[in-house]
Design a binder for this molecule. Structure first.
Ligand SMILES: [Fe+2]
Length: 252
């Protein structure tokens, strides 16, 4: 099976459309979303309508912004621009899209008895995995989970990255450049972040996504240019905080 891995779309329809255009001719069996469909940018309904009508089967879990927008969480931990954008989004969501967000399951979830998905981390949907220490606690948790899986995909940090559990420690890799093919080795375990579609934060402004081939045991990372200036203009026109548009041009 070949899975398209998307995370942190954040209401950025230009970025989402560009990724879908890039993979249009690729053989894909399912589309996975690791949460944060909405928040920050100005096209929440377009992004959700597009995802909900994709011609392939989809699997999705909720992100922290989805929770706040769907009024499951009050957003007390959010910074002011994030909270303002979440409130703005709630006021504009269609009834169908609000219900869709509200019903998104909590991660971690196991897909096709094959791999796990979560938003922040397997232990806590709101926690980040940035370091080998963060990863070590989560590998310990994954090692005890049933069914046992060797790979878990996560989002939330917006940084394409790979944490590998090996017998003598944990290897950390920030995925750089436009393309990277990771081969999953037997006897190792992996926490893999495909990066963010709608708000990359690794100083590379191009949209980030990955494809997991569960037979080949490979994860292929890719970056796609999109019209970030147009996304920024929409954010400014909507009266959302300008920083949310400016950061898209820099990948911050
Ligand atoms: Fe996010």
């Amino acid at each position: 099976m070949r899975y398209l891995l998307l995370s942190d779309l954040h209401s950025n329809d230009e970025a989402f459309s560009a990724v879908l255009a890039r993979v249009k001719r690729k053989k894909l069996d399912k589309v996975i979303c690791l949460g944060d469909f909405v928040g920050y940018a100005a096209d929440p309904n377009k992004v959700l309508d597009r995802f909900r009508t994709l011609p392939r089967p989809t699997v999705a879990i909720r992100g922290n912004h989805d929770k706040v927008v769907a009024a499951i969480d009050g957003g007390e931990m959010f910074n002011p621009p994030a909270l303002l954008a979440a409130r703005w989004t709630t006021e504009r969501l269609s009834k169908e899209n609000f219900e869709f967000l509200k019903r998104l399951p909590v991660g971690p979830a196991v897909v096709d008895d094959s791999f796990a998905i979560c938003h922040g981390s397997p232990l806590d949907e709101d926690a980040y995995i940035f370091s080998d220490f963060d990863a070590s606690m989560n590998f310990a948790h994954l090692n005890r989970a049933a069914p046992a899986v060797d790979v878990c995909f996560f989002g939330h940090s917006h940084i394409p990255s790979v944490f590998t559990w090996e017998h003598d420690g944990i290897r950390v890799e920030a995925v750089r450049g436009s393309r990277r093919r990771l081969v999953l080795e037997p006897g190792r375990r992996y926490l893999v972040n495909p990066g963010s579609v709608g708000q990359p934060r690794d100083r590379n402004p191009r949209a980030s996504y990955a494809i997991y081939d569960s037979e080949e045991k490979t994860v292929s990372f890719d970056r796609v240019s999109y019209d970030a200036r147009s996304t920024r203009s929409k954010i400014l026109k909507a009266g959302l905080p300008p920083v949310l548009g400016d950061r898209l041009l820099l990948g911050l």
